[in-house]
Design a protein. Structure first.
Length: 276
């Protein structure tokens, strides 16, 4: 296991396990941290390099790395990912993008298409808000209510934990709840708006790599209709529903997730760009 050399990657708490020309680039979601990929690090670190990091504002990233002016939109996080890819000279990347990092990773793959082999979207959504012809899972009142909880610092962490897990917090899942509790309210408020106010539906057709869309059928943040929307509008997509519940199946159902991921890697690595 080695740590990155550059200042930016050190501040992002980058860790690279294993070696080889192929890279699993693991990017976590809202109010989470790189530890949710520990089972993928264990399972795949002997055959390729697995890179994990903490997004600005979360985990053990340098607190000064996050700024409202840069990270009030997901474009700021995509620019961070591109910078890490360039500084570490990552190639033959398969992205494991959880939740908000799926669309962040899609943006990064469009900026650096030659660096990617494939994308894996975990509990992903291009738009969380409903509209007349699209079921994203949230009404405007729901989202505004969550913003209010964060702004008043009243119980938003419990709401967020329930959304991530969709099950009682056991001892094994206590880490997820603790990470949510540790997020600064100002970060949560700004980034929540960056997520819920975004709409990446028009970007899906621009994807240039094969995409595996995975989630559970009982994800409180992303209804199954969103997974089907992704599979229908991405040019080269596979859709798999995993057993269990919640928004973090790579962490809560690692054996099932790793089996699906391993099969996808076998089919896609080395194919290069899927769409001209």
């Amino acid at each position: 296991m080695t740590q990155s050399k550059s200042t930016f990657t050190q501040r992002s708490h980058v860790t690279i396990t294993g070696s080889g020309e192929r890279t699993l680039l693991c990017a976590h979601g809202f109010c989470s941290h790189q530890g949710i990929f520990r089972y993928q690090v264990e399972a795949f670190g002997d055959t390729r390099q697995v890179m994990t990091y903490d997004l600005a504002g979360f985990g053990q990233s340098d607190p000064s790395l996050w700024t409202a002016s840069r990270h009030h939109q997901l474009e700021g996080y995509a620019a961070d990912m591109v910078r890490l890819i360039d500084e570490l000279d990552l190639r033959h990347i398969t992205l494991l993008g959880a939740s908000m990092s799926a669309m962040i990773g899609l943006r990064a793959s469009l900026e650096r298409p030659e660096r990617f082999d494939a994308l894996v979207f975990i509990g992903a959504s291009p738009r969380y808000l409903n509209d007349p012809y699209y079921l994203g899972g949230f009404e405007r009142a729901d989202v505004d209510g969550f913003y209010g909880l964060v702004d008043r610092q009243q119980g938003w962490q419990e709401v967020m934990t329930d959304m991530l897990l969709n099950q009682p917090v056991s001892l094994a899942l206590q880490e997820v709840a603790q990470r949510v509790q540790g997020v600064r309210p100002e970060v949560a408020g700004v980034v929540a708006r960056a997520i819920f106010e975004s709409d990446h539906r028009n970007m899906l057709e621009r994807a240039r790599h094969p995409v595996l869309v995975v989630q559970t059928r009982a994800d409180s943040a992303v209804p199954i209709s969103v997974a089907h929307h992704l599979a229908q509008h991405l040019p080269d997509a596979e859709l798999t529903f995993l057993p269990g519940v919640g928004h973090l199946p790579n962490f809560t159902e690692p054996e099932a997730f790793n089996t699906v991921l391993r099969e996808f890697l076998t089919r896609t690595e080395g194919r290069g760009l899927a769409v001209a």
